[in-house]
Each structure stands twice: as structure tokens, then as C-alpha cells.
Design a protein around this ligand. Structure first.
Ligand code: ZN
Length: 360
């Protein structure tokens, strides 16, 4: 009883299906046996309901899978705090040459001298620039959100970027930032935690995603330890097939805090190179993981004309990083259009649209 829809132009299929449904409904009103209204014979079909005859939509949603970490075994996010001069001078050119996007949390009030450079980096769209407050005031439990809200406005209006994430100054997790970040961003980066690896099957607290601080972030950290910690964390993340966020401050300089040498930084990058890693900005990996869990956790609804539909809530700041989705048969649709596929045949689903349809 299938309409031979494979021969149709995909974008026209939904419109045709609507028209076909209307014709069938009209015919059904005059017919004594709606089963006879099938377009082609199909004696193997056991469906006899009128709705099934009209739409050929199966009674169960097709199994939908979405590859974790954009199809890689693990994800790594490289984040850099406080706008240290080494970021513009060395880190961004180095990461760019390696094809690794970084996430940068400059202190907004200190961006002015290098504003042209930050604007250009933001406009290029490869790296992420996000909120680390206006003057690096630590959270203190107060209610005045000016530090985080003013930095957000500065990044949007003056630097010209979309802001998707936040990093707590000094890793202090408290108001007034906690509520603002929860309401406005897809994720906020915390600091040390007992468990620092995010697994593909579980959601972290999106307002406090853990990260590993790299460098001489404590007085008793030896040169060996400060580089062995992130290296071991990367190895563990491969074992867990999870997501790790690394936090750097000074690289190759010692302006402030958390210094690592250029050689140490390059050694960490080289260590990651032996694994199947998705290097993604904090915003993109958060959006991918959050979007993937949201879609897979959504209860699909059957519609009489369009097939099956999944709907989910889209948090502020979620990017359109495509989810790599697979179904056994049929087509996935968003905003009434058939979703494009990658070279491997996986549908590229936009998590920021909040809705996904399926048709046979
Ligand atoms: Zn900082």
C-alpha cells in the first residue's frame, strides 16, 4: 500500500502527501471500505485502519540514533581564560594552524586595546569568544548581575559575537552568575570536580560543567604534575569515550596565573592527536551533547499527515552544530524540508530548531 514516494523530489513530498491525504479523505467519505482506497495493492500488510490507509505512517516511531561526539570516540574542548596576551599572540595562531577551535574567556573590561583583533576573530567564527564577566569579580552570592550582563552586552554589541557560554571567575560557583548563566547560556564552565569527564549517556549539570585546570594553579604543583594531569585526563577520556574540557591561562608567558610553557602546551596537544578526538568549542560540544540527549529523550508524536515528530526545549545559547542522526528508512525533516546528509549518509540535524519530523 505504499505510495512510491522514492521517485518524488524530496522537497515536494510533504506537499504531495498533504494533497494525497485530502483526496483520500474525500474518497473515504463516499466509500464503504476504506481499505480499498489504497493506491497500490499490498496483501502482506496487516494494517486495516483508515488512518494507516491514508498516510502509511507506521504505528511506532522508527528507531533514531545520533552518534555521540559528532561521530568521534571522544570530545575535547580547549578553553583559555582572562585574555592573557599569549592567547592572541601564540595560542590562536597555533590552534588555527592545527584546525583546533578554542574557546576564549577574556575579561571584558580588558579587551579594548586588542578590540580589532577580537572582533576579527569573532567575525571569522572559528573560535568561540564568551562571557567571563566584566572585571573578573568572583561570585559572592549577591543579586547584582551587572558584571555578567554587561560583559554579555559588550560581547554582543561591541565584539559582535553570539554568546553561548560562561566561565565562572576563579571557578567560584554561586550567584549572581549561576542563575544568569542557567537562563541565558547552553552551558557554564566550572572548575575542578571529582569527576571531570562527561559521559555520552548522561547530562552534566549544564550550569556547572567540570573542567581540568592546566598549569601551576597551586603552589605545590610540580612541573611534571601540571602536564601529567591533563595528559592522564585525556587518556581517561578516551577510555570513557567522553568529553573533557581543559582550562588554560598563560601559555608561554607568566603574566598572571596557571602558566604552562609553549612546549608543555604542544605536548598536551600532541598527546591528544593519537586518539579519535572531536576538537569542538565548549559551546558546540555542549550544544551537541545537550541537543543529542534532548532529541533521544523526546517522546515522538504521531501525526495523521506528516509522520512522526520529536520536539524538545531549546536553551538560550544553543548553537546549530549538526547532530549526526541515522534512521533505518525514510527521511528526516526540519522546518518542512528534508534534512541534508553528510557523505556517510547521516542526517545533519540542527539541535537549535527544537523539532524533528520523520516520513517514510
Ligand atoms: Zn579567570
Amino acid at each position: 500500500m505504499q505510495v512510491d514516494s522514492d521517485r518524488l523530489v524530496p522537497l515536494g513530498r510533504m506537499a504531495l502527501r498533504h494533497a494525497l491525504g485530502a483526496i483520500l479523505l474525500l474518497a473515504a467519505a463516499c466509500a464503504s471500505d476504506p481499505v480499498d482506497l489504497r493506491i497500490t495493492g499490498d496483501t502482506s500488510s496487516s494494517t486495516t485502519t483508515e488512518a494507516a490507509a491514508e498516510t502509511s505512517i507506521p504505528a511506532a516511531a522508527p528507531p533514531l540514533t545520533i552518534a555521540p561526539w559528532s561521530g568521534h570516540r571522544m570530545a575535547l574542548s580547549w578553553t583559555f581564560d582572562d585574555g592573557d596576551p599569549s592567547h592572541l599572540g601564540m595560542v590562536i595562531p597555533l590552534l588555527g594552524s592545527l584546525g583546533i577551535p578554542g574557546t576564549f574567556y577574556p575579561t571584558c573590561s580588558e579587551m579594548e586595546p586588542d578590540l580589532d583583533e577580537w572582533v576579527a576573530i569573532g567575525a571569522a567564527g572559528f573560535h568561540e569568544i564568551a562571557n567571563h564577566t566584566m572585571t573578573h569579580v568572583e561570585a559572592d552570592g549577591s543579586t547584582d548581575t551587572a558584571e555578567i550582563a554587561d560583559c554579555h552586552d559588550y560581547l554582543v554589541e561591541t565584539v559582535g559575537v553570539d554568546v553561548s557560554t560562561f566561565a565562572y571567575p576563579a571557578g567560584t560557583l554561586d550567584e549572581p552568575y549561576l542563575g544568569y548563566a542557567t537562563d541565558n547560556y547552553v552551558a557554564a564552565r566550572a572548575s575542578w570536580a571529582f569527576v571531570t569527564i562527561v559521559r555520552s549517556s548522561t547530562a552534566p549539570d549544564w550550569s556547572a560543567v567540570p573542567s581540568v585546570f592546566v598549569g601551576d594553579v597551586a603552589d605545590d604543583v610540580s612541573a611534571e604534575e601540571r602536564i601529567e594531569w591533563p595528559i592522564r585526563a585525556i587518556t581517561d577520556t578516551d577510555t570513557e569515550a567522553g568529553w573533557l574540557t581543559l582550562t588554560f591561562h598563560s601559555v608561554g608567558t607568566s603574566r598572571r596565573y596557571g602558566s604552562v610553557s609553549t612546549e608543555e602546551f604542544e605536548r598536551v596537544i600532541a598527546h591528544s592527536d593519537q586518539y579519535d578526538v572531536w576538537h569542538g568549542t565548549f559551546a558546540d560540544v555542549a550544544s551537541y551533547h545537550r541537543g543529542r540527549l534532548a532529541v533521544l529523550g523526546a517522546l515522538p508524536e504521531r501525526t495523521e499527515t506528516d509522520g512522526w515528530v520529536w520536539s524538545w526545549e531549546v536553551p538560550n545559547g544553543m548553537t546549530s552544530i549538526p547532530l549526526l542522526a541515522t534512521v533505518e528508512s525514510g527521511e528526516l525533516l526540519q522546518q518542512g524540508r528534508v534534512v541534508e546528509r553528510d557523505a556517510a549518509g547521516r542526517f545533519l540535524v540542527n539541535p537549535s530548531l527544537g523539532e524533528l519530523g520523520w516520513q517514510p
